[in-house]
Design a protein around this ligand. Structure first.
Ligand code: AMP
Length: 341
């Protein structure tokens, strides 16, 4: 397909999944802007990424360079670090072109709304204990806001919960049933231009210390009085049994369908379903990320699934740039930059 030469630039914050976003932009013929934090841009310089590098004291200062980005015709690719740095309210007023649908973000940010969305999609979710007194089995306590699993804790009864929640009395949380099974993170891409859903890749997280306490004996675990924690430090590549793929595609389709009922433009582009697979091979979806996730990082050069689809290296970051290029070529850019009400 013939596309106009893009005079847009692709901008992103220097963290999270910026390497693949910047390389993807370059592979698709875009110039890029890397917005980094002072003293933390060496990674990007070292890999030769980011045609322009802007350094800020803190990511939250990004609102102060709005005009610079607008002048550069920059399209901002959001990722987890952006949502950590800027509130949804300030993001709503941010004048820079934004890839994706801003109206869907509140449905991801608020765990109660997120649950409504996933239920609407007919997915199986872990049970919620409405109040601490209801806990009658293994439960995981999660705080609101993206934090990479930091501070989560487990409790199996109300007394244990009360003891462990004490230091966090000012935080909002939910209490979910803890599902015993294998974690699976499925990275999807939904093209609103073609209506097609793709599975780009999958990962499992490498979390400390839950992924390492099995290296010492149960006796040592007890002697050391260990608590499990879920602080993510990396991601490992994964493929699933081929017979599981059909259901994973169906689940992704239903998430997209449901998103269109929540917000007319629905979810656009990359998203991730976070799943626990039980020994009965049931899929319990415990969370959705409505954006590119860092679990796609092992696949800068593509995954087994993206290779089947594209037969060329296709990371999720590059897929985003390709979508923008296609939209520009078809004069449909406004359909994938839904910038709020
Ligand atoms: P999250 O921040 O929601 O992605 O969760 C962080 C980690 O906690 C996940 O990678 C899982 O290992 C674990 N986890 C979260 N929710 C559950 C659940 N309901 N049952 C079992 N493990 C969970």
């Amino acid at each position: 397909m013939k596309t106009k030469k893009p005079d847009y630039t692709i901008a992103t914050l220097g963290s999270h999944s910026a390497l693949q976003i910047l390389k993807g932009a370059r592979d698709e013929g875009f110039k890029s802007i890397l917005i980094g934090q002072k003293g933390k841009t060496r990674t990007y310089r070292s890999f030769g990424l980011g045609d322009t590098i802007i350094e800020l004291d803190s990511f939250s200062d990004i609102t102060g360079i709005e005009d610079v980005l607008v002048n550069e015709n920059a399209i901002m690719i959001p990722h987890g670090s952006l949502f950590n740095a800027v509130s949804l309210d300030s993001l709503k007023d941010f004048k820079v072109m934004y890839y994706g649908n801003k109206n869907i973000l509140p449905w991801e940010e608020n765990r109660t709304k997120q649950r409504q969305w996933l239920k609407k999609a007919g997915l199986t979710l872990p049970k919620i204990y409405e109040k601490p007194e209801d806990i009658n089995g293994p439960a995981i306590i999660k705080f609101f806001g993206a934090g990479g699993g930091k501070g989560y804790f487990l409790a199996s009864n109300t007394d244990e919960f009360n003891l462990k929640i004490a230091p966090f009395s000012d935080r909002e949380y939910i209490i979910q049933e803890y599902e015993v099974g294998a974690p699976l993170y499925v990275h999807y891409f939904y093209s609103s231009l073609t209506g097609e859903l793709e599975i780009m890749s999958m990962d499992k997280r490498y979390e400390t210390n839950v992924d390492s306490i099995g290296r010492i004996t149960a006796k040592d675990q007890l002697d050391l009085n260990l608590e499990s924690s879920y602080n993510i430090m990396g991601n490992l590549p994964l493929v699933v049994r081929e017979s599981m793929l059909n259901e994973l595609f169906d689940m992704g389709d239903r998430v997209i369908e449901a998103s269109k009922k929540l917000e007319p433009s629905g979810l656009i582009g990359p998203f991730c379903l976070e799943i626990i697979v039980t020994p009965e091979l049931e899929f319990y979806v415990f969370e959705i990320s409505a954006r590119i996730v860092a679990g796609t990082n092992p696949y800068i050069n593509g995954s087994p699934y993206s290779d089947l689809h594209y037969n060329e290296p296709m990371s999720t970051g590059r897929r985003v740039a390709r979508e923008i290029k296609n939209a520009i070529g078809q004069d449909r850019l406004s359909e994938i930059l839904v910038n709020g009400k």
